[in-house]
Structures are given as structure tokens and as C-alpha cells.
Design a protein around this ligand. Structure first.
Ligand SMILES: Nc1ncnc2c1ncn2[C@@H]1O[C@H](COP(=O)(O)OP(=O)(O)OP(=O)(O)O)[C@@H](O)[C@H]1O
Ligand SMILES: [Mg+2]
Length: 175
């Protein structure tokens, strides 16, 4: 557990040092998160993205991913990958890979990180929950979404990125 806490600390440090913050939005309820998810889906439907999701347990990382997947016309039921580490959805407008690294032990991280990097190819949308446990071997160009719990229904989303294309798309969402 201690190792995980140190990782989280380092992740936040890296997060604030390298990523360019594009915008922050506070949503009052799940319906408003759904509107945000729709805009996100529209922005990345064409070219995909590599997305790391940060936030405490219950912040809404899985909820946001599910909503985005629905807007990308995924037919299967989208579920949390907490136990299975990765879920893939190939029935929508583009392939979606959804990782949750929380339960991986150190040994497992190495294998999954190789896969993660493979999934960072163009025209694929990859979401990674608890990316702070990846030892930072992630694609340099990426989107980071931080979700802060405000109250039962209210959340603050902060979107950051590295990469000009991602920046343009995220700025489009905020217009
Ligand atoms: N505005 C909101 N945005 C997102 N989720 C919300 C909002 N309001 C309420 N919720 C609820 O908060 C819960 C978030 O749970 P979720 O499983 O998405 O968390 P998580 O960040 O993936 O946690 P974990 O780290 O355990 O995987 C869901 O039950 C969701 O319906
Ligand atoms: Mg989750």
C-alpha cells in the first residue's frame, strides 16, 4: 500500500510538471458528465487518443469511460475492468481499450505496460484508470483527465495533454 501511495505522489508530481492544462469544468450531476462525455467522444471519434484517468476510488473514471463508449456506439455493456485489468470493445465507431491498473502487482505491470504502449496506436481510443501504477512507461503524447469528487453528484474534471493534436481537440470541447 505504501508503494502505491508513493506512486500516486510521483504521478501527481509528473502530472503537474509536464502536462499542459487545457481546461477545468465542474459538472453538477451525471447528466452533465454525459454531455461532457458526448463532446469528448465527438472530438476523438475520428483519430482516437491515449487517455489516463486520475481520481480517487468512486471519482467517476469508469462512469466517464462508459458514457464516452456509449456515445461511440459500443453495443456491449461497458463494465469496470478493476478485476480483469483490461476490457476491449470493438463494436463501436473505433476500437476502445479500457485498462484499470489498480490491482496489478509490480510483476504484472511490466507485461501490461508493453500492451499499453501497443494500444497507443492511431485510431484507437485507450482509457487507463490508475495509470500512476504504470511506472510512467506511457506514451509521451497523451491526455490526462483528473476527476475530483466534490459531493455525491458533483465533480470537477481537469483536462491536460501533451501533443498539439490533442490540444486542438480539447480546446474544441471547451468552446
Ligand atoms: N457527475 C458525476 N460524474 C461521474 N460519476 C458520477 C457523477 N455523479 C455521480 N456519479 C457516480 O459516481 C460513481 C463513480 O464510480 P466509478 O466506478 O466511475 O468510479 P471510479 O473512479 O472508476 O472508481 P475506481 O477507482 O474504484 O475504479 C458512479 O456510481 C456514478 O454514477
Ligand atoms: Mg473504475
Amino acid at each position: 500500500m505504501r508503494v502505491k501511495n508513493i506512486s500516486i505522489f510521483l504521478a501527481y508530481l509528473c502530472y503537474s510538471l509536464f502536462m499542459e492544462k487545457i481546461f477545468t469544468i465542474t459538472v453538477d450531476n451525471l447528466d452533465a458528465t454525459n454531455i461532457l462525455a458526448q463532446k469528448f467522444a465527438n472530438a476523438f471519434r475520428q483519430n482516437g487518443a491515449f487517455v489516463c484517468l486520475y481520481g480517487d476510488i468512486g471519482a467517476g473514471k469508469t462512469a466517464f469511460t462508459k458514457l464516452v463508449a456509449n456515445h461511440l456506439n459500443v453495443k456491449e455493456k461497458v463494465t469496470s475492468p478493476s478485476f480483469v485489468i483490461i476490457n476491449e470493445y470493438l463494436s463501436g465507431d473505433l476500437p476502445i481499450y479500457h485498462f484499470d491498473l489498480y490491482r496489478l502487482e509490480n510483476e504484472g505491470v511490466k507485461t501490461i505496460v508493453d500492451e499499453l504502449v501497443e494500444y497507443s496506436r492511431p485510431k484507437v481510443l485507450t482509457f487507463v484508470e490508475w495509470a500512476e501504477f504504470s511506472d510512467f512507461e506511457l506514451p509521451f503524447d497523451r491526455i490526462e483527465i483528473r476527476i475530483d469528487y466534490i459531493d455525491e453528484n458533483k465533480r470537477t474534471f481537469t483536462f491536460s495533454c501533451e501533443g498539439e493534436e490533442y490540444k486542438k481537440c480539447l480546446e474544441g470541447i471547451n468552446k
